[in-house]
Design a protein around this ligand. Structure first.
Ligand SMILES: Cc1cc2nc3c(=O)[nH]c(=O)nc-3n(C[C@H](O)[C@H](O)[C@H](O)COP(=O)(O)OP(=O)(O)OC[C@H]3O[C@@H](n4cnc5c(N)ncnc54)[C@H](O)[C@@H]3O)c2cc1C
Length: 363
C-alpha cells in the first residue's frame, strides 16, 4: 500500500518504520524542517517501567511492551541509554498507601522487578534522599531521544521510506477508493491508500481537515504544559527520583540526562494556547515540592529550563484519558488511522504503538 504518515515525531517515525517493515511504500509528511521538533524534543527522555496505568489501558499495555522493545532497539542500534532505575518515594503514611497501590498496579501490568523498600534502604541507595519508604523500579531508564529518532529515520530510509519536510498536510478527502491529500509548501496533491495521523498537538486539526471523518469523533485537545527547572550543581542522585503522582502528571521529579546533568520537572500548568516560556515564579512551588524528598536542595540552585506540552484529552478535574487510536473498524473509513492524546508514556510506547498501527494497514 501507499501509506502517508503525518508527523515525524517519535510516534510517526516508529509507525512509519513499522509500516515499511511490513513492505508498504511509506512517506512521512512533516510540517517542520526536521524530525522531532514537537513534543518529542520537549520531554523527560525517561524509558518508563509501566506501573502507573490502569488495567486494560493502551498506555499500560504499550508502555510495558514498548519498553522491552525499546531496550532491544537501543542495544541493536547503538542508541545511548542507561537503565538507571527509579525510586518512587513516600514522605508520609498517606503516600506509603499510594506507592503500595502503584506496586500492585505494576504487578498487574507485568512490570518486572518492582520492590518496596524502607526509608533506610532507600537512603543507602541515595544518601541525600528523605523518605519513609519507596518503590524501586529497576527497569526504568533514560534515553537520548534524538539519537533514537535518528535511528528510526535511518531504518525507514533503509526500508525505502522517505520524509518530506516543510510539507504540512492541509486536507485529505476520500476519492475513488483512495485518500486525496493536499499539502502546503510546494507539496501539491497526491493519492494514498492509507493515511495515519500522528500529528501530536496538531492531530485534532488534521482530523478536522478530513471532511469524510465525522467532526463529532474528533476529541477535544487540552494543553497540559510541563515546566522544567535545571539544577546548577553536581547531581546528587544516581537514579530517577519521583514523588507520588499528582492530578495530570507524575509529579516534579528528578530527571537525569546521559551527560550526567540533573533537572526537575515537569509540573502541570493548564494553558489555552501553545507557549513554551518557563515562568521563573514557578520556582517557589518547585523548591517546596522537591524539599519534601530532598531537604538539602540549596537556595538559588534552580533556573528556568524548558517546557513541553502534553496533548491531553481531559482537563484538570477529570480522570486521565487513555491514548485514543481510531481505526477503520471503529469509524468505517478504509485506510485511516487517527492517533489522539499520545502524551506520556508515548516515547516509551512508540515501537509498540508502531507495531499495533501497522497491523491496521489492510487493503
Ligand atoms: C512534558 C512532557 C514530558 C514527557 N516525558 C516523557 C517521558 O519521560 N517518557 C515518555 O515515554 N514519554 C514522555 N512524554 C510523552 C512523549 O514525549 C510524547 O508522547 C511523544 O513525544 C509524542 O510524539 P508524537 O510523535 O505523537 O508527537 P510530536 O513529537 O509532537 O510529533 C508530531 C509531529 O507532527 C507534525 N505536524 C503537526 N501538524 C502537522 C501537519 N498538518 N502536517 C504535517 N506535520 C504536522 C509536528 O510538526 C510534529 O513534528 C512526555 C511529554 C511531555 C509533554
Amino acid at each position: 500500500m501507499q501509506v502517508l504518515v503525518i508527523g515525524a515525531g517519535v510516534v510517526g517515525l516508529a509507525v512509519a518504520r513499522a509500516a515499511a517493515r511490513k513492505g508498504h511504500d511509506v512517506v512521512v509528511a512533516e510540517a517542520a524542517n526536521a524530525i522531532g521538533t514537537g513534543i518529542s524534543s520537549r520531554n523527560s527522555e525517561v524509558i518508563h517501567g509501566g506501573m502507573y496505568y490502569p488495567t486494560g489501558t493502551l498506555r499500560g499495555r504499550h508502555c510495558v511492551h514498548g519498553r522491552r522493545m525499546l531496550y532491544e532497539f537501543c542495544a541493536a542500534h547503538g542508541v545511548p541509554h542507561r537503565k538507571c532505575g527509579k525510586l518512587i518515594v513516600a514522605t508520609n503514611e498517606a503516600e506509603v498507601e499510594k506507592i503500595h497501590a502503584i506496586e500492585k498496579q505494576g504487578q498487574i501490568n507485568g512490570v518486572e522487578g518492582l520492590e518496596m523498600i524502607g526509608g533506610h534502604a532507600a537512603r543507602v541507595m541515595e544518601p541525600e534522599l528523605f523518605c519513609i519508604g519507596a518503590l524501586h523500579s529497576p527497569e526504568t531508564g533514560i534515553i537520548d531521544g534524538h539519537a533514537y529518532m535518528l535511528a528510526l529515520h535511518g531504518d525507514l530510509e533503509d526500508l525505502g521510506g522517505a520524509i518530506a519536510f516543510n510539507t504540512p498536510v492541509k486536507s485529505a478527502v476520500r476519492k475513488n477508493g483512495q485518500w486525496q491529500v493536499s499539502f502546503g509548501g510546494s507539496g501539491g496533491e497526491f493519492a494514498f491508500d492509507a493515511v495515519i495521523n500522528c500529528a501530536g498537538l496538531g492531530a485534532q486539526g488534521v482530523a478536522r481537515a478530513m471532511p469524510d471523518y465525522p467532526a463529532a469523533r474528533v476529541p477535544r485537545l487540552v494543553l497540559g504544559k510541563g515546566n522544567y527547572f535545571s539544577y546548577a550543581g553536581k547531581p546528587v542522585f544516581s537514579r530517577l527520583i519521583y514523588p507520588t503522582p499528582i492530578m495530570g502528571g507524575l509529579g516534579v521529579h528528578v530527571t537525569l540526562d546521559l551527560a550526567g546533568r540533573m533537572r526537575f520537572g515537569p509540573d502541570v500548568e493548564w494553558i489555552e494556547g501553545e507557549n513554551y516560556d518557563v515562568d521563573p515564579t514557578r520556582a517557589a512551588a518547585f523548591y517546596a515540592r522537591i524539599r519534601t524528598y530532598w531537604p538539602g536542595l540549596p537556595d538559588g540552585s534552580l533556573a528556568p529550563d524548558y517546557a513541553g506540552i502534553r496533548p491531553k484529552l481531559t482537563g484538570p478535574t477529570e480522570p486521565q484519558a487513555d491514548f485514543l487510536i481510531d481505526t477503520p473498524a471503529q469509524h468505517g473509513l478504509p485506510g485511516l488511522v487517527q492517533l489522539f492524546g499520545i502524551e506520556s508514556p508515548g516515547l516509551t510506547s512508540s515501537l509498540s504503538l508502531g507495531e499495533e498501527v501497522a497491523g491496521y494497514l489492510k487493503s
